[in-house]
Write a new protein. Structure first.
Length: 303
């Protein structure tokens, strides 16, 4: 099958490479425009643009894929279908009505529709997730399901690692989906009404660690946002990121305390050990090393 591909971040690269290495032909890649990234704020292409250039596939970086001129370029390339993986733009009817659009989504639909399915799943403490391929329609991740591949969530698995693993799963799953669609072996199945949940984009409020919440909930939040986003708090009024934390059994006084070089927080229920932090203007550091150099009070407030 002749395909166009729309995607942007690292998570979309393995599915693109899998398609490019299959018997199918990827004739065009659409990705987000180049943007300033990192501390240097240098303008750079998206990971998908870089991968497409390595693979020798023509790349477009439009402000919107829904522009008629973009649609015509894809059509002129001979695309029979459009594959979408973590693209970052909403597809309108001008695109959805032109081709069958196949989406790779990193959850078991209809659970966790939206932009942050991996982080939200870990925050909720689910033990199983997966990758779903579906036919796209106007609703948010509401299209009929094609194929689902399931996997257990590791007890200590961070959001970034789980997303990378699901991305790798998505490559062969996507190729199998396109193979079976082309051969007429797939019947799209409407999503059930039961089990629907949503995974909106992570906001600054989602990152805050509030010690009034249970320790287990805060530990999951830290794990979900590592190593790519980071949970936040304030210590002595200074903004910190928390990159690793775990629930421990010992009771502690209210607020933050130190026991044998360990940084402990009394929570709404249970105790949270802060294992790795990032002070303002510095890199990540083990809590024990941070405590050796910290001279201020250990007053914790949500960030």
């Amino acid at each position: 099958m002749v395909l166009a591909f729309a995607g942007s971040p690292d998570a979309a690269v393995p599915p693109l490479r899998a398609l490019a290495g299959s018997r199918h032909e990827v004739v065009a890649v659409v990705t987000q425009p180049d943007r300033a990234r990192g501390r240097s704020r240098r303008t750079s292409p998206t990971p998908v643009a870089q991968a497409a250039q390595e693979l020798g596939i023509p790349v477009m970086r439009p402000t919107t894929i829904n522009a008629p001129e973009v649609v015509e370029v894809i059509a002129d390339a001979g695309a029979q279908s459009l594959v979408v993986v973590a693209f970052g733009q909403i597809l309108r009817d001008v695109v959805l009505s032109r081709w069958p659009c196949v989406n790779v989504h990193f959850s078991i639909l209809p659970a966790y529709r939206g932009a942050a399915p991996v982080e939200r799943a870990i925050m909720d403490g689910v033990t199983e997730t997966g990758v779903t391929t579906m036919l796209m329609e106007a609703g948010l991740d509401t299209g009929p399901i094609l194929v689902v591949d399931r996997t257990a969530v590791g007890e200590d698995e961070e959001g970034g690692a789980l997303l990378a693993r699901l991305s790798q799963m998505g490559g062969p799953l996507l190729v199998r989906t396109i193979d079976d669609l082309e051969a007429g072996r797939l019947t799209p199945v409407p999503q059930p009404d039961e089990g629907v949940s949503f995974a909106p984009k992570i906001t600054a409020e989602d990152r805050v660690l509030d010690l009034a919440r249970p320790a287990a909930e805060l530990a999951r939040r830290v794990r979900a946002l590592a190593p790519h986003i980071g949970a936040t708090c304030r210590i002595d009024g200074e903004p910190f990121k928390v990159w690793r934390a775990r629930v421990v059994s010992e009771p502690v006084p209210p607020g933050l305390s130190v026991a044998e070089g360990r940084l402990l927080a009394d929570c709404g229920s249970g105790t949270l050990e802060i294992v790795e932090v990032q002070p303002p203007g510095r890199g990540r550091i083990e809590a024990a090393a941070f405590l050796r150099g910290w001279r201020g009070p250990l007053a914790w407030t949500p960030a």
